[in-house]
Design a protein around this ligand. Sequence first.
Ligand code: ACM
Ligand code: ZN
Length: 765
Amino acid sequence: MRNFKPIYYILICSFTFLLLSSCTDEKPIAINPAIIPAPASQQIYEGVFEMSNSTGIVSTDAAFTQIAGFLKSYVTYGSSIELKSEDYNNVIIFKKDASITNLEGYQLKITTERIEILASSSKGAFYAVQSLRQLLPTSFENGSYKNDTVSIQNLEIKDAPQFTYRGMHLDVGRHFFPVDFIKKYIDLMGMLKMNTFHWHLTEDQGWRIEIKKYPKLQEVAAYRNETLIGHYSDQPHKFDGKKYGGFYTQEQIKDIVKYASDRQIDVIPEIEMPGHAQAAISAYPELGCTGKPIDVATKWGVFEDIYCPKEATFKFLEDVIDEVIALFPGKYIHIGGDEAPKTRWKNCAHCQSLIKKENLKDEYGLQSYFIKRMEKYINSKGKKIIGWDEILEGGLAPNATVMSWRGTEGAVIAAKQQHDVILTPGSHCYFDHYQSTKEDEPLAIGGFLPLEKVYNFNPIPKELTKEESKFVLGAQGNVWTEYMKDSKQVEYMAFPRMMALSEVVWSKTENKNYEDFKNRLEVYQHRLDARNVNYANHLYEVLGKSEIKNGSLFMNLKTSSNTKTIRYTLDGTAPNSNSAIYKKSLEIDKSLTINAAAFDDRKQVSAIFKETVKMHKAVGKKISFNVLPSEKYNAGGNSALINGISGSDKRYGDDQWSGFDGKDVEITIDLRKEMNINSIQTRFNNQKGSWIYAPSQVLVTFPGNEEFLPIKLEESDDKIVDLKLETKIFTRFVKLKLVNFGIIPDGRQGAGHKPWIFIDEIIIE
Ligand code: ACM
Ligand code: ZN
């Protein structure tokens, strides 16, 4: 266990005080260790190592020379400390220790005499340096450290990661980011001991890697004519009319791969196939089934024009892979495999004859054939493939690693078939989802993935036995950039969630503690400030959760720091430093608006949390369903629809909307006694781009009464569809039957599937 002893901080300070009569002496006190990700073991000792201009830096093994150079340049950059090359008295020394069997493991021993870094490979040494870095003042991060010595807390760390795959992904297809930013992203990953950069290089909206044999990939596929404005669900679609694009040259890619390798990061290129290929097909229409010219996509989503499995297409892809392999020395090539609609293949003579000739079951069999064939080629070049979990459909390629994104089911199936898996489920690893329920969050694709949920992720699915769980290589955060126009927005979405994920994949489960993590995160944020990272800060944000107890409504408020106070008002005004302090759940018995914020002493340190409660006859009563809301979209529990609180207009992933996957839904509300009711009111989410449709019909009945009210809902393009039924009835029970819209027609997102129904508060008056 880690063993934090902040007491030494005080001891050192008062000792200095005695000698120098001042705590603000030239030699600042050592900072309190607060390393992210939490080391496997950390023992803090009394005393400090003083690093100064007479400190030497020594690498006793050639394997560590580059890492020692990294440390030296980090420390000396802009600060007045100049490490000497050699000095065996006052020294930071790198030593090879073959007894450290984990190549990524290390020991960091800091004593008053010296700092020793022990590792069996350059990887471990690099991670030791990253831990040491977090023991130095944050002003080293931007070269603004001004003193000529620094005190470093004596301690001993023994550390090694839990998972071998610790990944971050970045989609550069939807938006394109400059080389300098890619390097910054890699730098920030390295600081957190993440070791794999999954670079999503090809998309419908842009091809971003130079392939010399196919110049139209650069001339045509790398640029789109314009880009969708606002959210995909905003109807009608509007466009900005501006040409957009770019690509990385092979020279730039080599430079980035080297840069990553110096930070112990492997880069996995993703070349999508057979879907998400519209940009490539726009450059070379013969790669598609129809051969007809199409444009690079200008909006988001899934597109029907996918690669046609012709010999010429395989030749193209093999040529591309040849050039890709020459640029990326790592063992993996990611071939995508996700979201490939089969519409074109169904109507293509070539595809149909290939299905017959190869004795394949259907188009899914053809997808499997496609992936297996590409795997064989890639394996023949000494590389392995990774694919999204759709590569399971129609049969898994023999040596493939599966990246499970549609939940964890794909990982479970693949691991049981003894295939390596990487966990990236949308529920815990999609950093393009909202991280706060605040209405003024910057536009995002949807969903809700707060920091704590990332932190609590366990990459080992519970369905796996101990033996099967060995196939779980690790986890990865995905950053899809439809709604991230620039690198500042990528930083906002990736941080601090990347920090939480680093602890998921590196730290021992028994060392994980969210409260402690938050304290360390506060410290780490200063480091990000110094590196000019635009991280999201929802650390003290007040969160409210309603609760029904014995038929009464309560509101619970919390903020993620124990050291902050929540102040609130119930009269609609903003809270201030004199407002009531929140001590226990607030019982709510009438319509009102709660405003609350976190305060550090008298200073407001969070945005205002605001929740409007509307009291009505169903609040706190009994609700039952024929099918329960999907686990993924039932954050508010089964009483969310009768708790007096409506969902966000923008987000369906909050605590108030309930989502049902593809089914007709029957909801019965028991008012516990007969009463007069005048109206029933609710609303449905209708974000069709996300496969969410208002029901086609709602049937309202009052069991025990004869009344029966069918309401047909016309299809609408509004993002939210309101429903209000005026009636005069004396009843105890109200039953709503929601009839699912039915199969989504061709040409739309989710075609061929039944959509979701999302329903909000059912207000009975
Ligand atoms: C994915 O999010 N389409 C892998
Ligand atoms: Zn075809």
